[in-house]
Design a binder for this molecule. Sequence first.
Ligand code: PLP
Length: 232
Amino acid sequence: MMGLELADNIAAVRRNIADAALAAGRDPGAIRLVAVSKGVDAATIQRAAGLGLTDFGENRVQEGRTKRPVIQEAVTWHFIGHLQSNKVKYVLGQYAMLHSLDRMSLARELSKRLERQRLELDCLVQVNVAREAVKHGLEPDRALPFVDAVRRLPGICVVGLMTIPPFSEDAEASRPHYRGLRLLAHEIAARQWPGVGMDQLSMGMSGDYPVAIAEGATMVRVGSALFRGDDR
Ligand SMILES: *Cc1c(COP(=O)(O)O)cnc(C)c1O
């Protein structure tokens, strides 16, 4: 992928983020762009970091393990994919945030290892707002009791929620799901549980991030809109 094209893509996404934020009366600086670099080679990630991107998201443990050590710039890594409990050891100390905490068995395994290594990990609880059978993520009704259970586990810091809506060509189709996630975060935040933050909403992808921002996203996970190019 040509550097100029990448620079153009980054500028366009940043502009769209700013426009969507301002239209919603929000501060564009309050929205973090997580560049989803799955399937993107290390050299391109390196170039994107050189062009000012600071946050990168990977969804496969093995792919991350081969690419991350190559990147020279100090960037922040997010793990955004489904995480198997037996791969937890490859995530701890390597990623600043886990976007996909979605079950008690994973939470227990994470906590056990975090406690042993005296580490903490910021986690987002993944909610399947649309209740799609094929998707990972908790049923919305399960999210509140889940957070209540997880907050008692050492090492895990719940900082917000994440969702992936059903695929649609129409960005507006995502709106009720993003709104639902925001309302759920409000409901959980109202409990005022010590140590539980609900400030972070990870929602919005290439096809619909302006809608997600209008509904309160604080992190958008954008892949193809940044990295699309001839070599992908
Ligand atoms: C791939 C992926 C994205 C980015 O999708 P694009 O449509 O390429 O922007 C966001 N979130 C998750 C969890 C992903 O796996």
